[in-house]
Write a protein that binds this ligand. Structure first.
Ligand code: CS2
Ligand code: MN
Length: 348
């Protein structure tokens, strides 16, 4: 297991100098943020990130994310140009030493929450998703923006995108994903880069847009679209785990045994019944997932990929990017390190 930490680049209030002080930290997970989705990343920008990371004693081996242009997800004729750019990004990143690329295939919106600062009983604040709140949200109002969303859309563009997606049902989205993978995975293979799709968060359709990387049956289907080890997963326990139909420990066991998990996102969520959840501290008893069991099956299957503590709460008065403060994610990393060390010293 290679412990890693997400870093949003030089503007991130969480400095590389702080990240390196978390024990057992192997690498930083980052991206070039100032290039529009679909375009090629300048080599100098990639090199700059690499240099900054390595100067702080950390490895530069994982990118999250190289985003997929909507024309690819929509299957528009213009997709070929964007796929070619995507392949060029893989080549450039591999040249800079990148081993794993995380991406997702969610139409229009990335991860979605209905509130970013819900105060929990202990005074910390967390990201939450309440069904009643979601039903009141109108994504076309242009009023909403979440930290994971591409905020560059104008209101009219968003409307147009929704119109285009009205012709893309789940099966069409599968076809478009297959078309993309068939062209991208051979390049990744040539470049020794693992591609790791992030599951849809939450794993159900929202705002009438289709979502397909949601459950075990669909992940099986995904892995077979291009049956090559380079075509793998970012297994995000919190994304898949906010639906009670997913058995997270069983899924982690199955896919890590197959060697198809390249990147783990570990976080805990508290399920609130029908399509509602609150993000919680990583410690198992704080949420609905058993983090020890998750780590146990990874250990059993000799998991040697990257792992990062995913979203954290805001604690100790920290302010900053929702879900991506330093303190709670650092606590998460320390907790996961403790479980891993214990497993490694426990005689079978
Ligand atoms: C999120 C996402 O759950 C998560 O990890 O923070 O923004 C994630 O980085 C993307 O969906 C990956 O493409
Ligand atoms: Mn995640």
């Amino acid at each position: 297991m290679k412990m890693s930490f997400r870093w949003y680049g030089p503007d991130d209030p969480v400095k590389l100098e702080y990240i390196r002080q978390i024990p057992n930290m192997h690498s930083v997970v980052t991206a070039v943020y100032d290039v529009p989705v679909g375009e090629v990343w300048p080599y100098e920008s990639i090199e700059k990130l690499k240099k900054q990371t390595e100067e702080n004693g950390l490895h530069f081996e994982v990118i999250e994310s190289v985003p997929v242009h909507e024309d690819i997800k929509l299957g528009l004729p213009t997709r070929d140009r964007y796929i070619e750019n995507y392949c060029e990004n893989i080549r450039r990143l591999s040249k800079a030493g990148i081993k794993c690329i995380c991406y997702n295939f969610m139409p229009v919106f990335d991860w979605t929450r209905t509130q970013l600062d819900k105060m929990l009983e202990d005074g910390s604040t967390a990201l939450v998703y309440y069904k009643e709140q979601l039903e009141k949200m109108d994504p076309l109002s242009g009023e909403y923006s979440l930290p994971g969303w591409d905020t560059s859309y104008e209101k009219d563009e968003l409307k147009h995108l929704f119109e285009l997606y009205s012709k893309v049902d789940e099966e069409k989205l599968w076809d478009n994903l297959k078309y993309f993978l068939e062209r991208v995975i051979p390049v990744a293979d040539e470049c020794d880069v693992d591609m790791a799709i992030h599951p849809d968060d939450p794993p159900w359709n929202i705002f009438g847009l289709p979502r397909i990387i949601t459950n075990e049956k669909n992940i099986d289907r995904f892995l077979k679209l291009v049956d090559n080890k380079r075509n793998g997963l970012t297994f995000c326990t919190g994304s898949l785990g906010c639906a009670s139909f997913n058995n997270i420990v069983e899924m982690v066991d199955k896919y890590s045994a197959m060697g198809r998990i390249h990147f783990m996102h570990v976080r805990n969520v508290k399920l609130l019944g029908d399509k509602g959840f609150e993000e919680s501290a990583h410690f198992s008893a704080c949420g609905s997932l058993d983090v020890v069991e998750i780590m146990r099956v990874l250990y059993k299957n000799n998991f040697n990929g990257y792992l990062r503590p995913d979203h954290g709460r805001m604690i100790w008065g920290e302010t900053g990017r929702a879900g991506y403060g330093l303190y709670d994610r650092a606590l998460g990393a320390a907790y996961i390190n403790g479980i891993w060390e214990t497993l490694s010293k426990t005689k079978a």
